[in-house]
Write a protein that binds this ligand. Sequence first.
Ligand code: EPZ
Length: 427
Amino acid sequence: MEVIRVEGGSPISGEVGVEGAKNSALKLMAATILAPGVTTLKNVPNISDVHVMGKVLKCLGARVDVLGVHELRIDTSGVDSWETPYRLVEQMRASTAVMGPLLARFGKAVVAMPGGCNIGARKIDMHILGLEALGVKFKIDHGDIHASAPDGITGANVTLDFASVGATENLIMASVHAKGTTVIDNAAREPEIVDLANMLNEMGANIKGAGSPVIEITGVGELHPVTHTVVGDRIEAGTFLAMAGLCGEPVTVKGFEPLHLGLVLRKFEQMGITIETGFRQVTAYRNGPLKPVDIQTLPFPGFPTDMQSQTMCLLALAKGTCIVTENVFENRFMFASELQRMGSNIVIKGHHAVVHGVDGLSGAEVKSPDLRGGAALVMAGLVADGITTVSAIHHIDRGYENFVPKLQSLGAKVERVEVPDPEDPDL
Ligand code: EPZ
């Protein structure tokens, strides 16, 4: 099996570019269903989740061509199915993002009920409740969600219990052809939502308020295909900036909008990291000690849960104690549990992690619990004493393109190596 092997003590410095945002690209791909014809997406990250979404679209009858490493040509004129197979939804929960577009185009959708994952139950009850308000009927049968809108989609006012990113996206996409207007209150405000709304409006949709808590979608007729460039990945950027703050030498991260990391950069500054912001780039470095700062994750513009593990890694080495509160997912502290193996001192109490900073970490064999936790374990290895090997790196490959080569270009002593699989019966 492949692991990532990190040799501690090699400082990183220089420049690195980020790709298009995973959490936008997947939804933009799903949204192409709404505009029969050829849509070209640029700045698409070359990651395994994108490959899975490509398979989902092909299952539905779309044609997906890779024009360049970061460019997809998606022809949805031939989409003639509204059923997504469990094997693909099971691989990637974001496959449920095709539900809204299929309902808008065909008035029906069959999507495998997504299972949970390492970070939580990942329910879709808010998606279902919101869509029911728009006139969609649901039947759960043998693990599949059968959704249908026999009388079409009718605009309605929907207030979300929680500012769910996925529910907001599905409701937007389901409403683009609705009779009347849908108003989503307590909508998610993430930059990826704005990117989706921008592309849909370029296609001819009528969406107002994306990026604010109230989004209004007025139904229109046919949408037309477009060429759209995916917004830069703020979480990939934040991951490399956290690494710079950890190691200390200056690293400039390019290809994203600094405003999309607003609170994260403010918190990094409070931790003693110097942040220099430029046009679509940020430079981070540190001279003094890391300072403890309390963190609580919240929907955007609150502190992003996807930066929680990477920030916990910084705080694990701060001079003092602080509290990290995870308000978005119910089980997203496995990174902290794994970091204990490297000598951290973190006490988990429900949704709170009490982080007592230690003077240093030691290299160890550790296992990626999820996408961001895996990246954070590699990050910890950069400063740990000795060698750290991170397994289950398929999690990292889901959301980080060329993660190891990018770190090597910054001077890190990091490599992917093949090691015997301990679960191999022949061992
Ligand atoms: C998106 O997941 C992202 N994934 C996640 O990124 C991100 O952490 C999350 O938004 C929050 O920002 C993609 O965009 C592909 P939610 P999503 O709906 O849409 C609960 C990463 O590392 N909930 O905002 O699934 C849910 O279980 C990934 O890149 C319900 O209970 O997130 C979670 O606890 C991880 N019922 C919370 O709400 C619902 O119907 C937030 O979920 C929907 C959600």
